[in-house]
Design a protein around this ligand. Sequence first.
Ligand SMILES: Cc1ncc(COP(=O)(O)O)c(C=O)c1O
Length: 394
Amino acid sequence: MNNRQLFLRHVAQLSDAPLGLEIVKASGMYMWDADGKQILDLIAGISVCNVGHSHPAVVQAIKDQAEQYMHLLVYGELVQSPQVAFATLLTQHLPASLDCVYFTNSGSEAVEGAMKLAKRYTGKTEIIAFNNSYHGSTQGAMSIMGDEGWRNAYRPLLPDIQHLEYNSFESLDSITSRTACVVAETVQAEAGVRVPQKEWLQALRAKCTATGTLLVLDEIQCGLGRNGTLWAFEQFGIIPDILLLGKALGGGMPMGAFIANREMMWVLTNNPVLGHMTTFGGHPVICAAGMAGFKVLLEQDLISSVKAKEQLFLKYLQHPAIRAVRSLGLMIAVEMESFAVNKKVIDYCIDKGMLTDWFLFAPECLRIAPPLIINEEEIKQACDMILEAARTVA
Ligand SMILES: Cc1ncc(COP(=O)(O)O)c(C=O)c1O
């Protein structure tokens, strides 16, 4: 059997039509398949490879740390310098109230940790989330997922959860003194890039403060520069009580984090002791990789050009087949007439050497979330291909 057949036989599948491209190398903006075909990556492993594939600084940091030490002991016992250095660097770039980092292996685990922390800290149980939000596939994270179709397939899930309409002022009335936390994406990604009104996020912040509810902002997909500022919440003039990070956090390696105030995080240390445990969260090699990626992001000033790059996409992406384009920074949804049309456009692009896909709750929208290093020529090339596909198939 060839690799593709073995893949279909032995690797668990989540759809009956996986892409099944066999990638043998990836670097910067590009991937190469087993036949040597070059593929422009327009989605960065779904908002992961912000500094590009296999950035040399990240690769070097992994090699150096692997030679020093890899796994030592479960989370939170030993002083491991890569963990300490990365937590310190992250908190130096965050508001003073977000000064304590709990590293996890994934975004979903960051969501789980934050929900547990909110329950413990507030002594309350109700959790509120929003329709069309995606926070991960573990059972807790899935309980707050904003789609009944997925939730219903896995019931019973966590009790005492409400889903509200995102960006609706009326919905805020449902947040009360019973609510432990509200979990919201600062910008909804899988809904097809839904940017909330600034006033709405500010009203949400105010309602949480008034009711003693913790505001948990999920920036797992939109954080770390993708929206044009280091943290998306900066653009809305609010500060969350707990910030969730993941995806690009590990520089291409698996990592998440929930970040809160030191005093709040302290509730995980007693009654019971070891209130949230992980064997591998904050792994030294991953922390070294994440720190190297974070430094590239800052030192190469990759974020300051994000908005100009977004504008280029918006300028080029004009065609009658494109119904709307929604964006914040390099998180862009290109809305087509239907999933059927979008799928044809996507398949055309992939066939011609450019990887893109659609959004979980907006299958009619084509996803643009490239590495932030994408240059003007590549943006033009990507848009030309989308337009060519639209002309050919739509
Ligand atoms: C906004 C958001 N939150 C949470 C997650 C879950 O992260 P992970 O897949 O690392 O568990 C995702 C993943 O796509 C996401 O987009």
